[in-house]
Design a protein around this ligand. Structure first.
Ligand code: CP
Ligand code: NVA
Length: 318
């Protein structure tokens, strides 16, 4: 274990002071090492005390899992968080982001930002002198992807060569799954209705990160995409900020509900994942959500462990 710990620490030490804006910000080796450290923390084989560091949480959108897992992760690392929602700071009254980011850099040791545009997140990273972490944008959800692959690793023991099918909107969650999956050697199939496929530039980037370009595939038919796979994933049809499109999207996504029929085409040992919050009867049936195949709440718990590992790495606590 000592050798493994030293190896993990050596691989992760260059991340001290780094931002985490995209799954593609990590190397393949760093991604594997973060998952390893997260597992060690989960099994209580490792304790890390960062010594009273402070993480600022700037959340422009609602959050249960991401917010609370960051809060608990910091508490377990001996630090704390401060809530900096734009509604209660001067950001909401128009104070420029570049001033806010520089001021907060004098008070906090890192910032976790949840917002709409990836560009806004990069602006925080540009102006802050402390690490900035992506807590979800419209483009990516990289902390989520780390937890997702940790859950698959726990279920199967290894990741390389496994296949995950994501059924639904080709946006933030799908993008990070493709990028992170490529780094980990997991084949990713995305099944989206026409017009809701992942962005071509993200597909291209994921293929470049992968050892085998054929490991990223985009489908418009969920039945073809799910055949024989070991992990099946879905997410809401209308993401935060798209609530007014709910009924148009419900039409467009007809046939994309992860129900028993669809799941029966996957491997018999396939596991079911969902980042949550879930809409039973829309993207997933209540039966599949509650089935033995579901690892959804393990996946949710794993947010805590991967973010603890990430915080330890970027705050230099290894
Ligand atoms: N999965 C996820 O990010 O959940 P929250 O929106 O509750 O943070
Ligand atoms: N795609 C969803 C993910 C929520 C965690 C959204 O952006 O609302």
């Amino acid at each position: 274990m000592a050798t493994l710990n030293q190896g993990v620490a050596a691989i992760l030490s260059p991340l001290k002071g780094s931002d985490f804006l995209s799954s593609a910000d990590l190397t393949s080796q760093q991604t594997f090492a973060l998952l390893e450290l997260a597992l060690q923390l989960k099994k209580a084989e490792r304790r890390i005390d960062l010594g009273n560091r402070v993480l600022g949480l700037i959340f422009t959108k609602a959050s249960t899992r991401t917010r609370v897992s960051f809060q608990v992760a910091m508490a377990r690392l001996g630090g704390q968080t401060v809530d900096l929602n734009p509604q209660v700071t001067q950001l909401g009254r128009g104070e420029p982001l570049e001033d806010t980011a520089r001021v907060l850099s004098r008070f906090c040791d890192a910032l976790a930002v949840r917002t709409f545009k990836q560009k806004e997140l990069s602006e925080y990273a540009r102006w802050a002198s402390i690490p900035v972490l992506n807590a979800l944008t419209d483009l990516e959800h990289p902390c989520q992807a780390l937890a997702d692959f940790l859950t698959i690793k726990e279920a199967f023991g290894d990741l390389e060569g496994r296949t995950l099918t994501y059924i639904g909107d080709g946006n933030n969650v799908a993008h990070s799954l493709m990028l992170c999956g490529s780094l980990l050697g997991v084949n990713i199939r995305i099944a989206s209705p026409k017009g809701f496929e992942p962005l071509p530039e993200v597909v291209k980037k994921a293929k470049l990160l992968s050892n085998s370009p054929s490991s990223i595939e985009v489908f418009n038919d969920p039945f073809s995409a799910i055949r024989g796979v070991e992990a099946v994933y879905t997410d809401v049809w209308a993401s935060m900020g798209q609530e007014q499109e709910q009924s148009i999207r419900a039409k467009a996504f007809e046939g994309f509900c992860l129900n028993k029929d669809l799941l029966s085409q996957a491997d018999t040992k396939a596991i079911v994942l969902h980042c949550l919050p879930a809409h039973r009867g829309e993207e997933i049936s209540a039966e599949v959500f509650e089935s033995d195949a579901s690892r959804i709440f393990d996946q949710s718990e794993n947010r805590l462990h991967v973010q603890q590992a990430l915080l330890a790495a970027v705050l230099g606590g290894l």
